[in-house]
Design a protein around this ligand. Sequence first.
Ligand SMILES: [Fe+2]
Ligand SMILES: [Fe+2]
Length: 308
Amino acid sequence: MTRPQVAKDWYESAGVRSGPRRMLEEDHESGLSVFPERLVPHLHHEGLADLGAEGRRTLLTQHFYQYMLFTSHLETKVVNRGAAMVAHGEVDLDVGPDARLDAFKIYSDEAYHALFSLDVVQQVEKVTATPVLPYDFGPRMARLDRTAHQFLPEHRRLAHLLQVVAFETVVTRFLAQIPRDESVFRVVREVVGDHVRDEVHHHSYFTRFFKELWASLSPALRSKVACSMVHFVDDCLRPDLGPVRAALLSVGLTADHTEQVIRDCYREEELVAGVRDAGRHTLGLCASVGAFDLPEAQEQLHVLGLAD
Ligand SMILES: [Fe+2]
Ligand SMILES: [Fe+2]
C-alpha cells in the first residue's frame, strides 16, 4: 500500500513556507460582504425583517468570526493533537519515516491556518468595528469526547486520530466556492483559498492513513472504529448553535424570538442533510474499506440518519 504523503514540494509550495500575509485593504472591499450571505441560514428569517441592514451585517460578520475562530481552535486542539502523535510515532502503526515528517508538515500548516484565521478576524474587527463575541470550542470538544468515550473508552489515542481523519476528509463544498465568490471580501477569499490549497494535500494524506490504519486493526477494534467514525463525522459537521444564539441575542432579539429563529432555520432534517452531503467522502472512505459491512456500524448510520 502507498504510504501517506503530503505535497512533494511542501517546502516551496505550502502557505506557511511561501505565502504572503493577507491584508484587508478597505478600498478593495467596498460593496462586498465579509462572508457569503447564503451560508448563514438564519440571516433571511422573516422574523428578522425589522432588524435593518446594520443588524443583518452584524449577524453576517459574527457568523464569519465564529467560522474562523472555530477553524483556529479545531486546527490547534484537535488536528494538531493527532498530527503530533503521528509525527512522534505514538500510534500503533508503522507509517514510516517520511510520513512522520509529513505529519509535522501538516502540524505546521495547521498552526499557520490558526494564525491567519485569527489574524483576519482581528483585521475585520478593526475595520467593521463589530466586536468579536466570545467563542467557546467546549461544546464541540465535549461531543467529540463523548463519542470517544462511548465507542473507544480504552483507546483514547486511537479516538483522537480518528477525529483527525474525520475532520481532514470531510468536504465542505461551500468552502471551496468562497475563493471564486466575487461578492465576498477579497481578503477572505484569499485566506480561504490559501487554506483550501493546503487542505487538498491533508485530505489525501489522511485518506491513505485511514486505509493503512484500518488494515492494521483487529476485528474487535474494527467494529468500534466503524461505529465511532459515523459519530465523529456527525460531531465534526453538525453546526454549533451556541454562537448563532449569542449573535442573535447580541443584535437585540429576545430569548424567545431567538429560539424561534433557531428552530425554524436549523431543523433536524436539514442538519442531517448537511452532514450527509459534507460527510459523503468520509463515509465513502469507511465504506470502501468494508467498515459499513458490519451490522453494528449500519445500525449507527441508521441512528444518525446517515444510512443510504
Ligand atoms: Fe487547516
Ligand atoms: Fe488540514
